[in-house]
Design a binder for this molecule. Sequence first.
Ligand SMILES: NC(=O)c1ccc[n+]([C@@H]2O[C@H](COP(=O)([O-])OP(=O)(O)OC[C@H]3O[C@@H](n4cnc5c(N)ncnc54)[C@H](OP(=O)(O)O)[C@@H]3O)[C@@H](O)[C@H]2O)c1
Length: 315
Amino acid sequence: MTRPVLLVQSGGEAALPEWQRHFAAAGAEVEVRWWDDPAVAPASVRYALVWDPPHGRLAGYPNLRVIFGSGAGVDFIASDPALPRHLPLVRMATAGAAQRMGEFVAWAVLSLLRGARRIGLAQGEGRWDYFDTERTAPETTIGIMGLGHMGGAAARMLVGLGFQVIGWSRTRKDLPGVRSHVGEAERDRFLAASDILVCLLPATPETRGLLAAPLIARLPDGAGLINVGRGSQQRIGDILAALDAGKLSGAVLDVFEAEPLPAGHPAWAHPKLIVTPHVASLPPRSERAAHVAALIAAHERGEALPNTYDHDRGY
Ligand SMILES: NC(=O)c1ccc[n+]([C@@H]2O[C@H](COP(=O)([O-])OP(=O)(O)OC[C@H]3O[C@@H](n4cnc5c(N)ncnc54)[C@H](OP(=O)(O)O)[C@@H]3O)[C@@H](O)[C@H]2O)c1
């Protein structure tokens, strides 16, 4: 019996043998093929695992049943005007992804608290740059925008490190040790209390360009900023200006409007900014393949799929 095809568009064609090995190890009952393989008959494709498929392509598989995003954010897939919206679009919400995000946010917060960028610059110059750390975790409030799968994990870890943690989301949350804020009405109060602001929002029309001068003005003077959401949510010129003016004391940016961040961009060399190349949380292929294999088996048994994208909400 021929097995249904899972098309993969993630990590480049060179990654295909690795994907095939991991799906085989996970016992997936599918034939794993590369996205651009001309020998694949469109009618044989039942599943797709994709990161940023060219618009229009996913509409060309008449028997496609489920689209799996290879990352937690599926904005690059959902933006396809020809996307078959009746099919489930599943976000990569593994436990490992949330753990990795929590670790990254904890690292970024502690880096801002302890002046990691300053220390790194001084070490690069062989300079003994002694300075005091102004405050400790219990004296610092971290504001997390977006308390979903990722933001919730980050909040738990920061509470564990002794920080004061507050969050902002669309619906009220009840997370141990986290003060919840909701919607526009509570946003300014949330921002005014955030010594370090962490963005873990999805890319939607509402969150586009949010991390810009008007929002930064609402933060305490000398606040820190961490963006691990999407580059479309930030205005990099406003962030660099706020760092220069001292309104922001430091920032960690993992995402950019254009990725890779172009060589020579002023963000690279800014002395108060840590640039990371969109590495905050991507579980290894083995973990993602095992997760997708389990979901394919669940789907074949007729079970509902978790973490599906909601087209009306936009995330
Ligand atoms: N840099 C990286 O490596 C990396 C890795 C993974 C993910 N990400 C980014 O992180 C994002 C979040 O991932 P996730 O898995 O945590 O998503 P999620 O579970 O869908 O959580 C999204 C959160 O944002 C809140 N939210 C959405 N729109 C809002 C709005 N307009 N106002 C206030 N709150 C709003 C939601 O509120 P409700 O809970 O009330 O619905 C929810 O708490 C992804 O979309 C992706 O862009 C980045």
